[in-house]
Design a protein around this ligand. Structure first.
Ligand code: NOJ
Ligand code: CA
Length: 561
């Protein structure tokens, strides 16, 4: 095997040869079918996405996480795959994938795909073969079987609004099969060496085309064993180490980003010793950001970050506010979960499984300053931020659509028919566009916001630009400062000589902060948006007042000489 794909894609690209590129990256997550429809069939596609790459480059993001685009019955948003190495024809062809990667690289944007190793669709040829193959054969053992539904008892059901058990009876096989998600998604048996080989073949296929890495779906559940929780087993970590080693030895500068919705102490295990996943989504911090702005109390947020175990040098957290799934509350305490439900999902339609199916703007009551505050935290706390498509516009959602589809409606490009997303008749769109007054595409859309100097979109663009200018945001240490006010969060991000100070008022009222900056006596805080020089730090504490939900980003400049 060669890294020819990388070289081919690299020839036209302006990407730096940096194995740690993901540490400085700003990711943009998008479902292909929701982005832009080039041929008027009502479904977004690769040529459409390529047309819109200039928009993403202009926004300033540096990496795209593309959700599954593989052939699928689409009963789980495409995570129910029937062929992991193919492109669903409605999205385009393999040639389109290659062109997309090349065009993204040409604009300095890296690309990662979803790699779903935990399960397949029940229509996958492997499952069809397995159910008919003799018991105990290598083919049957592509999946996980049992004669009774009591095996692995006590393992939690994740999609608890939809499934009662992790086992479903298969009359063809005459056995039960194991599934951590929908019953139409049987779990692969990663203990079968052939299955492991298949996963490497899938990875090779896309890596040779030049993709920069993978978001690894549902990694804690890869391997199951009797008498365990079937989550995060040593054998699962072994699979990840093997994948990492394989990729490392064949392809330069690639990323593995794990979806591991676990407690901090378990989540960090997916970094291994720097030899498993380079990045892991920070599920523990995410709900605490929402709790913090709602309760106006910084401590639970500060504590969870301070108590986060250290991670290996080559690793980085993936920070996010929202994604294509429900805002999951699986890993918070029952009281916190109830509080989150009470304040963020008063409308019970918004609740699903153990979470909330809403986008960022509706969660925050479409309150502009709160939206800005949350994004400012996202882009200044440790980790690489992942922005969910449409959240840069403050797009809304539709809780009356099935499952999590309400968060996956067409991107709103303009006030034209179908929000400028597609020329198809409206009834042919894969999902309807949003037309409730508050989030109507007539007023919430890219075209309008690009023209309006005070739009959220242009504000986000400036925020992203600032973040990119200061490497301490992406690679620096964090130290929280005492502010004398429980609702004012203050922290320093430092990298070598670069010292950044973030002060954020979580409260809806005016607050003051009295910061302990003794260590920086004589230094001058310079506010990054306006380049405004504040009074130098004198003896004692540094005082400032903050408007409701306001935040400041400063760099600290040392005294001359
Ligand atoms: C995680 C994905 O993010 C989610 O959308 C999907 O439903 C589950 N994996 C199961 O495939
Ligand atoms: Ca199309």
């Amino acid at each position: 095997m060669s890294s020819g794909g990388a070289l081919e894609a690299g020839a036209l690209s302006i990407l730096e040869d940096d194995p740690l590129w993901y540490k400085d990256a700003i990711f943009y997550e998008l479902p292909l079918r929701a982005f832009y429809d080039s041929n008027g069939d009502g479904v977004g596609d690769f040529p459409g996405l390529i047309e819109k790459l200039d928009y993403l480059q202009d926004l300033g993001i540096t990496a795209i996480w593309l959700l599954p685009f593989y052939p699928s019955p689409m009963r789980d948003g495409g995570y129910d795959i029937v062929d992991h190495r193919a492109v669903s024809p409605e999205y385009g062809t393999q040639a389109h994938v290659r062109r997309f990667i090349r065009e993204a690289h040409r604009r300095g944007i890296r690309v990662i795909f979803d790699l779903v190793a935990n399960h397949t669709s029940d229509r996958h040829p492997w499952f069809q073969r397995a159910r008919r193959a003799p018991r105990g054969s290598v083919w049957r053992d592509y999946y996980v079987w049992s004669d009774t539904p009591d095996r692995f008892s006590g393992v939690r059901v994740i999609f608890q609004d939809f499934e009662e058990s992790n086992w479903t009876w298969d009359p063809v096989a005459g056995q039960y099969y194991w599934h951590r998600f929908y019953h139409h998604q049987p779990d692969l048996n990663l203990l079968n060496p052939r299955v492991q080989k298949e996963i490497l073949r899938i990875a090779d296929h896309w890596l040779r085309m030049g993709v920069d890495g993978f978001r690894l779906d549902a990694v804690p559940y890869l391997v199951e064993k009797d008498g365990t929780t079937c989550e995060g087993l040593p054998e699962t970590h072994e699979v990840l180490r093997r994948l990492h080693a394989h990729i490392d030895s064949h392809y330069p500068n690639r990323l593995l980003l794990a979806e591991a919705n676990q407690r901090p102490i378990d989540a960090v295990n997916y970094f291994g010793q720097g030899d498993e996943c380079h990045m892991v989504f920070n599920f523990p911090v995410m709900p605490r950001l929402f709790l913090a702005v709602r309760t106006e109390d910084k401590l639970p947020l500060q504590r969870v970050i301070e108590e986060m175990p250290p991670i290996p040098e080559n690793c980085q957290w993936g920070m996010f506010l929202r994604n294509h799934d429900e805002l999951t509350l699986e890993m918070v305490d029952p009281e916190e979960r109830q509080l989150m439900w009470d304040v963020y999902a008063v409308d019970t339609e918004a609740r699903i499984n153990l979470g909330i199916r809403r986008r960022l703007a509706p969660l925050l009551g479409n309150h502009r300053r709160r939206i800005e505050l949350m994004n400012a935290l996202l882009l200044s706390l440790p980790g690489s931020p992942v922005i969910y498509y449409g959240d840069e516009l403050g797009m809304g959602d539709n809780v009356y659509l099935d499952d999590r589809n309400g968060l996956r409606t067409p991107m709103q490009w303009s006030a034209d028919r179908n929000a400028g997303f597609s020329r198809a008749p409206s009834q042919r769109l894969y999902l309807p566009v949003l037309n409730q007054p508050e989030y109507h595409y007539g007023s919430v859309n890219v075209e309008l916001q690009l023209r309006h100097p005070h739009s959220l979109l242009l504000w986000m663009k400036r925020l992203i630009g600032l973040r990119r200018r200061y490497p301490a945001f992406s690679r620096g240490d964090i130290r929280f400062l005492d502010s004398e006010t429980y609702s004012v969060l203050a922290y320093l991000r430092t990298l070598g000589e670069q010292v950044l100070l973030v002060v954020a008022n979580l409260s809806r009222y005016v607050r003051y902060a009295n910061l302990d900056l003794a260590q920086y006596r004589g230094w001058t805080p310079v506010e990054l948006y306006g380049e405004t020089r504040f009074p130098a730090v004198a003896e004692g504490r540094y005082f400032m007042s903050l408007g409701p939900h306001s935040f400041y980003w400063f760099r600290l400049e040392p005294p001359p000489g």
